[in-house]
Design a protein around this ligand. Structure first.
Ligand code: ZN
Length: 686
């Protein structure tokens, strides 16, 4: 590890500034802490609300990340209060949290880290606590204690494994007092603590201790196939992606049996090397690298075998069976350890390793799946470094249960913010580059869905996906170019959705085109083109949607954007209206065929939506205006005047109807047409 400390950068900072600066240096290095892990603190004198000088511990509050931490994320706890309880024999977690919340400088600030007392009991001014991969590769060993002593001699003291809390805090403080030469504490199966009178001293100790651990492993690693020789043939990237997309719906379907999840696929080189190796299966079943990771990864991943591109249906069946077995084993594990009142959490794995293919992670949204994937990269790194020194080990099974069912962690689940209506859902929208499709995509994303934005206009698709990500978070939209008239292109779009999120819950078949011409003037090519886009295009999308949703087994909602013209056709609009009628009949048959699989199929019939429309281009406008004998600029007003509500129909109105049909609010509705036309008596569904 290279020290990132820079005296010039640090020069102008006060105590809090130095705490923030050194914390960010640590957070910037994922080999030290991943996603919210680790914590840091400083002790200082502040003026309290009474105007009195008070000694205060500023310690990372829960919910913040060291990489981006700011002064306001450090909760202030009165040091006198902390020191007053040090002589106690024990204190329960609940009692400790309650006590700390009463000792805060600012009522209502973030709950201070669960490791707060540890920071408070150790007298030094600055403290840095990490879960460094290199340190874990020394402690997570059958000979861990011996190796730690060998590497650090008297400079670090090892504290045997104990769950974070009051007792561990006391133990750490006592270990430091009893070993005055020590500059660091190594926590078994957990991480590293360093301290100093200055932030720099403490940070540099972290850097030095980690470097020494890294060097110890590196000396032994040279030229060795650490995980044993490869035993699985890994197909080239494209074939692997295709295989991943083909099995993903089965994985998503099975792992969503109790709580719906989205998936992420990761085939990084380190992942492929590990899962294809001889030792991977056994190593992966030993346990996590540090308790901090378990909230996201669970104790064990599933190591799934029997997946092959030559037999997709068989592969899906086999992987489902292994997931079901994992869930049974998990429930049995919980039953063995369960204390009265403990819940049973979702029994499916968070990490699924498929040799020759890659790693799938599951979670409520893309951010969660990404965190879990990042953590597992580090788990592999720890196993690699540990395996060159000795035999990788993890905390004992009883302790692993205690962490996974730790009331402190379960509490975090209860305070998690209310999920949105379409949270955990994935939607695909065709023709999403502009007009109605664009607003539908935005609306579904705002309701919590992950959205696959498809259109024939590739740059516009990418732009919209970027906008949705900007508004809703990283990974919340995917741009997939799609020509709905091209079978291969449609298949590729659905494949991209499966590779990105594991499957789909909602498909909005929206792409369309319009042409206005009298029948005796209509050429066959124009007629065919309208049928291609407005009928066959919907068929190709519907077919892929049905195949995918059946493979996934979670039901689904398919919404077609049809037209008021289906029920009340207009003059000179034969090519459009006939194709839209075919689309409507397709949707109804799809509703009949999809019913037994829980797949709902409905239509919206908008009328004359002009905003940002690709369908209402200048040519169509001129054609429709001339067929009605009015000027093109009077078209909007003409359509407004002809409906019962005298309303101008907007893309937002259509998107609202689509949202209703896509969501569980319409769970008992299929085969239905919802007009969004301001009310046209001739077009009442009947
Ligand atoms: Zn920790």
């Amino acid at each position: 590890m290279r020290s990132r400390w820079n005296d010039q950068e640090a020069g102008g900072f006060d105590e809090m500034g130095l705490l923030v600066y050194s914390s960010r240096l640590i957070g910037a290095e994922t080999n030290l802490v991943v996603w919210g892990g680790g914590n840091t603190s400083a002790k200082r004198v502040e003026t309290d609300y009474q105007g009195l000088e008070t000694r205060v511990l500023r310690v990372k509050g829960s919910g913040s990340d060291l990489k981006t931490i700011e002064p306001k994320h450090f909760s202030g706890v009165r040091l006198d209060s902390i020191e007053r309880i040090r002589s106690r024999e024990d204190m329960s977690d609940d009692e400790m949290v309650d006590y700390l919340m009463h000792s805060l400088m600012e009522p209502g600030s973030a709950r201070p880290s669960i490791e707060t007392l540890l920071h408070g009991f150790v007298p030094h001014a600055y403290i840095h606590h990490t879960h460094a991969d290199a340190i874990l590769s020394l402690t997570n060993l059958d000979v861990g204690r011996k190796i730690v002593a060998e590497v650090y001699e008297k400079e670090a003291v090892l504290v045997p494994y104990r769950r974070p809390g009051f007792k561990l805090s006391r133990q750490v403080a006592e270990a430091i007092e009893a070993n005055p030469e020590a500059r660091a504490v190594v926590l078994e199966w957990h991480g590293l603590i360093t301290w100093g009178d200055t932030a720099k001293e403490s940070y540099l100790s972290t850097s030095e201790m980690v470097t020494r651990a890294e060097e110890h492993a590196a000396d032994r690693a040279r030229g060795r196939a650490v995980f044993g020789p490869p035993v699985v043939k890994t197909p080239p990237p494209e074939a692997r992606q295709r295989l991943a997309a083909a099995i993903a719906p089965a994985i998503r379907g099975e792992t969503s049996r109790e709580t719906r999840v989205v998936l992420e696929f990761d085939d990084g080189e380190d992942i492929l090397d590990f899962i294809g190796s001889r030792d991977a299966k056994a190593l992966s079943q030993i346990g996590p690298a540090t308790p901090d990771h378990m909230m996201n990864t669970k104790v064990l991943p599933l190591f799934a075998e029997g997946v092959s591109a030559d037999d997709i249906p068989g592969s899906r069946v086999r992987i489902r069976a292994q997931l079901a077995r994992y869930a049974d084993d998990y429930r049995a594990w919980v039953a063995r350890h369960q204390r009265p009142g403990d819940p049973v959490l979702d029994p499916y794995p968070r990490v699924i390793l498929v040799p020759g293919v890659g790693m799938f992670t599951t979670g409520k949204d893309h951010q969660r799946t990404r965190i879990t994937a990042d953590i597992y990269h580090h788990t592999i790194n720890v196993m690699r470094c540990a395996s060159v020194i000795g035999k990788y080990t993890s905390l004992p099974d009883d302790d692993a249960y205690d962490i996974e069912y730790w009331p402190m962690e379960l509490y975090k689940l209860t305070i998690a913010s209310q999920e949105k209506e379409l949270s955990r859902r994935v939607a695909l929208v065709t023709g999403a580059a502009r007009g109605i499709g664009k607003v539908i995509a935005r609306t579904l994303a705002a309701a919590g869905a992950h959205v696959v934005v498809t259109d024939i206009d590739e740059p516009a698709t990418r732009q919209l996906a970027g906008e949705i990500v900007e508004a809703n978070g990283r990974g919340r939209a995917l741009a997939a170019p799609m020509d709905v008239t091209d079978e291969a292109s449609v298949a590729r779009g659905f494949e991209a959705a499966c590779a990105a999120y594991g499957g789909l819950d909602i498909v909005v078949s929206n792409a369309g085109t319009a042409v206005s011409r009298a029948i005796d003037e209509l050429d066959a090519a124009t007629w065919r083109k309208s049928l291609e886009v407005n009928a066959t295009g919907h068929f190709l999308v519907a077919r892929e949607a049905l195949r995918l949703m059946k493979a996934q087994g979670l039901g689904g909602s398919i919404v077609f954007n049809a037209s008021k013209n289906v029920l009340a056709p207009g003059k000179d609009f034969a090519a459009y209206s006939a194709a839209k009628a075919a689309q409507t009949q397709l949707a109804r048959v799809l509703a009949i065929e999809g019913g037994e699989h829980g797949i709902r199929v409905n239509l919206v019939n908008p009328d004359a939506v002009f905003e940002d429309s690709g369908l209402w281009n200048d040519v169509t406008r001129a054609e429709r205006a001339s067929s009605k004998g009015i000027a093109p600029e009077d078209l909007e007003e003409h359509y407004r005047q002809r409906n019962l509500l005298k309303a101008r129909v907007l893309p937002e109105d259509v998107a609202e109807a689509v949202l209703f049909l896509a969501s569980d609010r319409s769970a008992k509705t299929t085969g239905c047409i919802v007009p969004v036309d301001g009310g046209i008596a001739a077009a009442f569904p009947r």
